[in-house]
Write a protein that binds this ligand. Structure first.
Ligand code: AMP
Ligand code: GLY
Length: 420
């Protein structure tokens, strides 16, 4: 039996904790720092690398890192250098997410289909370039920006404004000192997940996120307001996406930066062909909350096989054919300013139907109360034989949970219900 040290505090980590606790090989799951839903919380998070290393030694723990920031800061490297086992990519490999320029150049070298792009670090040159093109481009900051670094611009004025924000006003600091200007693609978005040991990949199913704050995909981008899983993709598209994942892993190995961990491909499906928009070096959030309840395999042996370079010994993972829908409940005002400390009610309602998972994200415990403590507060995932069935159950459960100022989208998975 092994202990798990799970690093992070969001809904993704809540879903990972729930899943890993079911493993026959796992004794206890400790979360650093966790939230009000997690059982064994440590009083520190990823900023305290030395205490995490000490804890992992003392408890013979296998570390699983959820978010991108500690991965990009090299937490897995530090653990490995200390002789510990940790699941996730190295600092060098996280450049696939932490630098969009690194990612786009890599895609080009590996012949991975992706929208055409140019790189700029000066406003005047960038402006001249967009003036010479048809309007309608996407401007992206090079560095990590929690979803705030991408501007889908429909006309020249919006493009100038995005370029000014990044290159002149430096609103994202060094993350925006270089930008990509990319061709806009129309189509259907999908997120496809894999796990890798550096040599090969095993598919980890797919999901469709809803990134904008308001119904009808209006308003600013967020970390994700809800999703459904699996994404509704043809077998041909799924096969091509798996080829992209394989090309990524073999390309990284060939370039001397082997990639181990979860791999997240953010895709646009245009004319029934996948085009890669971005890599992420982790599971998505809320996607993990919709994916993991559909996974019937024991997760831990797969994570261990990735760390050991033993993935070829493993069978493909089992995924239920059922559908899941996750609705995120957020603090009013998110993704901008919002209040915290609101008392949440309805969480202990015993009439929550079977096949529903209530995952905590921005929550904290105070005395006997559970209070809001972040932008995205609770994720409610339901399973069903159809997307519609899962969606209906998810929304019934959402309606039982409340706090002052609670906000959620009312249209998660509604277009998928029509498609299915
Ligand atoms: P990214 O972080 O690169 O995935 O971009 C965030 C979001 O911006 C994506 O999920 C898309 O909705 C949108 N987006 C990014 N690149 C493009 C593109 N080339 N064409 C159309 N939409 C895009
Ligand atoms: N939900 C999008 C992400 O995790 O990046």
């Amino acid at each position: 039996m092994v202990n798990i040290l799970l690093v992070g505090s969001g809904g993704r980590e809540a879903a990972l904790e729930w899943k890993l606790k079911q493993s026959k090989l796992v004794d206890q799951v400790f979360t650093a720092p966790g939230n009000a839903g997690s059982i064994n919380n440590l009083p520190y998070g990823s900023e305290d690398i030395h205490r995490l290393v000490d804890f992992a030694h003392e408890h013979h723990a296998f570390t699983v890192v959820g978010p991108e920031a500690p991965l990009s800061a090299g937490l897995v490297n530090t653990m490995e250098d200390d002789g510990l086992e940790a699941f996730g990519p190295s600092k060098e490999a996280t450049q696939l997410e932490s630098s969009k320029i690194y990612a786009k150049k890599f895609m080009k070298r590996q012949n991975i289909p992706t929208p055409e792009f140019e790189i700029f670090d000066e406003y005047d040159l960038a402006e001249k370039y967009v003036e010479s093109r048809r309007p309608g481009v996407v401007v992206k900051a090079d560095g990590l920006a929690s979803g705030k670094g991408v501007f889908v611009c429909s006309n020249l004025e919006e493009t100038r404004s995005a370029l000014r924000t990044l290159l002149i006003d430096r609103q994202l600091g060094s993350a925006g000192e270089k930008v990509i200007i990319e061709e806009t693609l129309g189509g259907k978005e999908a997120s496809c997940f894999f796990i890798s040991d550096g040599n090969q990949v095993i598919p980890f199913s797919s999901a469709q996120d809803h990134k904008r704050i308001y119904d009808g995909d209006k308003g600013p981008n967020t970390g994700g307001m809800g999703c459904y899983s699996p994404a509704l993709l043809s077998q041909d598209v799924q096969d091509e996406v798996t080829q992209i994942a394989n090309r990524t892993i073999s390309g990284m190995k060939h370039e001397g930066v082997p990639y181990k961990g979860f791999l997240y491909l953010g895709l646009m499906i245009a004319d029934d062909k996948p085009h890669l928009l971005e890599f992420n070096v982790r599971l998505g959030d809320p996607e993990a909350q919709a994916l993991l309840p559909r996974c019937s395999s024991d997760l831990f042996p797969y994570l261990k096989a990735c760390v050991d370079g033993d993935l070829p010994k493993m069978e493909p993972m089992d995924w239920t054919r059922r559908h899941s829908v996750c609705v995120v409940m957020a603090s009013g005002g998110y993704p901008n300013k919002f209040d915290t400390g609101k008392k949440i009610s309805g969480l202990t309602d015993m009439s929550v139907p079977q096949d529903v998972h209530v995952f905590h994200a921005g929550t904290k415990k105070e005395d006997d109360n559970i209070l809001t403590n972040g932008g995205r507060v609770i994720g409610v995932t339901a399973l069903g034989d159809t997307v519609r069935a899962a969606r209906d159950v998810a929304y019934v459960s959402v309606s039982r949970i409340s706090w002052d100022g609670e906000y959620h989208r009312k249209d998660i998975a509604s277009s998928a219900c029509k498609e299915q």
